[in-house]
Structure formats: structure tokens, C-alpha cells
Design a protein around this ligand. Structure first.
Ligand SMILES: [Zn+2]
Length: 360
């Protein structure tokens, strides 16, 4: 390891995953953890990282253990026939803290814009209605939008435009609770200046996109902000076809680390399925899968009980013939019938649950 790397990152060492090619900085006591990106291989040490510049900012973990556990518990509650490794204790045991990279860009824009601006206005109208005996007039106020072309000049600096530092950025943002991946579900105003001890022994995933590659995203973000600002300045409530013809100053890039928890459980086939938690909001996300094996065991158990009940009914039938009392035999036969109906239900429930989750 170079001295520079050690100065910047403390005792963290570079590692990578041979399966998904993600690169990380791993704290010394973590050993060779499972890849927190794909969960299909263990991380292996490597001599150096391609992008090893330390971040400028770190958003600290701020979810309490109680909230984290409650959210995980709520997340797994609705899964029927949970795989053996899908319980709160196992999820807690596999939990690792991982910082994900993201860029913030500061840039200046100088140029002109054109847009259709929409202005709300009220239209009063009345409606005649027959209420059974009389015609009544009802006043209605309806909001309509008047569109007008507008244009202007813009010279402005924009700060903290979010931009991806990884190919997986959009997927991460959705998994961590964003409704729109372009709006990261984190409050970057609460970020702290980076120092190795702000990481608190968490794993850090390295960027796999250079800032140049992220510029088009930052620019799109800048245009969205500019469009909203021009809308407000025009006293409009809507905008459409916003076009900005601008020159941009050299952007200034900041690497920011986002706090996440990653845990996992294994499905019937032994494949590890990741569950991610937003380390700032506590939002939990992961594929939910019922165990067909456990559902199968339940179906077999119900089938065996049905067979037992049938044998009992037959025995009681014979005894009933001898003593002229068939009622208990009929009752047990009814129970047999219900058990036969119930036997395939676990399999159907688990199958249907997995199908619904896969369709999401
Ligand atoms: Zn991997």
C-alpha cells in the first residue's frame, strides 16, 4: 500500500470482487467479507484501487438500533414460509455497514432559456341538477391552465447537484427509498467533512464512474433546477419544453459517501439475497422470497395428518359397525376431508407470494 493511501484512508485496505468487479476499501478487522454488492463471492485483497482519492464528505449513520430492528421486523413480517435464514436475528448477524459513493457537482451556467409556462386560473361555471323535486343551480370553480411562451437570460451558480459515481447508482437510489432515482433519498446537508475515523469501521465501495462520465447527469439536474427557478420567477405554476442554451464553467466535484446497511438471507437454492437499509432514513428494501421447501414440508405434514385421520375414520367405522354407532367415524371423516383440502394450500400460498414479488 502506498503511504498516500494510508495517510488518506488509515488502515483500510483495497479489495475487490471477482464476480461483479466492484472495488472496496475494507477495514482491517473485517477479514474477507462476502461481497456486499453481489453476495456471490468473497472480497479478495488487491494491491491498489483505480480510484482511491478519499471523499470530501460523509453522511453519518443516524438510524438507531431500535428503529433499524423494528423496520427489519416489519419488512419480513408479511413473508409466509420464511427460509430458515430469514429471521431478525440472522439478518442482524449478517448486517454490515457499507458507504456508497456519489458525486456532488457545483457548476455555473451562463445562457438563455425558452419555455412554455403554465398559469393556473379559475373558471366559474354553474351546473343545473335535479335533486328529485326541484332543479338546483350549483356553482363550480374549475382550475384551468393558460400556456404562454416565455424566454430569458440566466447566469447562475448551482451547488450540490447530485450525480452518479457508479453504474449501479439508479438501482441503489430506488432500493434506498427514492421515488425518482434522480433525487437521492439522503439529506446531504447533514454530511460531515471526511476523516478516516468518520467511517467507523464500515466498508467503503469505490466509485466506478469518473466525474467526467457523470457530468451529463449533473447537467440534466442543473437544467431541472433552472426550469423550476424560471417557473417561480415567471410566477407560473407549470412548465413545459424548457430549453437552456448555456455555457458551463468548469464544474467542481465533491465525492460524498452515503451510509447504508446491507444484510442478506439465503433462498432454497442457497443463493444469498441482499436486503439494503438506508443508514439515514431506515428505509428497508430487498426481494422477499417464501421458501417453497418449507411450504412443501407443511403440505406433506397436512397430507400425513389427512392419511392418519382417514385410517382413524376407517377404524371407528369398523367399531361403529360392531356397536351400531357411526357418528364419531363420520366426524373424523369430515376432518379428513378438510385436511385433504388444506394440504396443498401452503404450496399455493408460497408460490403465489413469490410470483407477486417477482412481478413487482
Ligand atoms: Zn460482488
Amino acid at each position: 500500500m502506498t503511504n498516500e493511501l494510508a495517510d488518506a484512508w488509515g488502515a483500510m485496505h483495497p479489495a475487490h470482487c471477482k464476480n461483479c468487479h466492484a472495488a472496496f476499501l475494507v477495514p482491517p478487522q473485517a477479514g474477507a467479507p462476502n461481497c456486499p454488492n453481489c453476495f456471490a463471492a468473497r472480497l479478495e485483497p488487491m494491491p491498489a484501487l483505480q480510484a482511491d482519492a478519499p471523499p470530501e464528505l460523509v453522511i453519518p449513520f443516524s438510524v438507531s438500533d431500535a428503529t433499524l430492528n423494528a423496520n427489519l421486523e416489519r419488512w419480513l413480517r408479511e413473508i409466509p414460509f420464511k427460509p430458515a435464514s430469514l429471521n431478525l436475528r440472522a439478518l442482524q448477524k449478517n448486517l454490515v455497514r457499507v458507504f456508497l459513493p456519489m458525486y456532488l457537482a457545483d457548476a455555473r451556467a451562463y445562457g438563455t432559456w425558452t419555455s412554455q409556462m403554465g398559469f393556473d386560473y379559475l373558471v366559474a361555471s354553474s351546473e343545473e341538477r335535479f335533486d328529485g323535486t326541484n332543479w338546483v343551480t350549483q356553482r363550480l370553480n374549475e382550475t384551468r391552465v393558460r400556456w404562454e411562451p416565455r424566454a430569458g437570460e440566466l447566469t447562475r451558480a448551482y451547488e450540490n447537484l447530485p450525480a452518479p459515481a457508479s453504474e449501479a447508482h439508479a438501482r441503489w437510489m430506488i432500493a434506498l427509498g427514492a421515488a425518482d432515482w434522480r433525487e437521492p433519498p439522503f439529506d446531504s446537508l447533514r454530511a460531515l467533512a471526511f476523516a478516516p475515523d468518520t467511517l467507523g469501521n464500515a466498508i467503503v465501495q469505490a466509485p466506478d464512474l469518473a466525474p467526467n462520465a457523470a457530468w451529463q447527469f449533473a447537467r440534466a439536474q442543473l437544467e431541472r433546477r433552472a426550469a423550476r427557478e424560471c417557473e417561480t420567477a415567471a410566477n407560473a405554476q407549470h412548465h413545459e419544453k424548457f430549453e437552456l442554451r448555456a455555457a458551463y464553467g468548469e464544474p467542481r466535484w465533491t465525492l460524498l459517501l452515503l451510509p447504508t446497511y446491507v444484510t442478506s438471507y439465503s433462498d432454497d437454492g442457497g443463493k444469498w439475497i441482499p436486503v439494503r437499509v438506508n443508514g439515514q432514513s431506515g428505509f428497508v428494501n430487498g426481494i422477499k422470497r417464501a421458501s417453497m421447501q418449507r411450504a412443501h414440508s407443511w403440505s406433506i405434514a397436512l397430507g400425513a395428518a389427512a392419511l392418519g385421520a382417514f385410517l382413524l375414520a376407517a377404524l371407528l367405522g369398523v367399531a361403529g359397525a360392531l356397536y351400531d354407532a357411526f357418528l364419531p367415524a363420520l366426524f373424523v371423516l369430515g376432518v379428513t376431508f378438510l385436511l385433504c383440502l388444506a394440504a396443498p394450500v401452503p404450496l399455493l400460498l408460497a408460490w403465489q407470494f413469490n410470483r407477486q414479488q417477482a412481478a413487482k
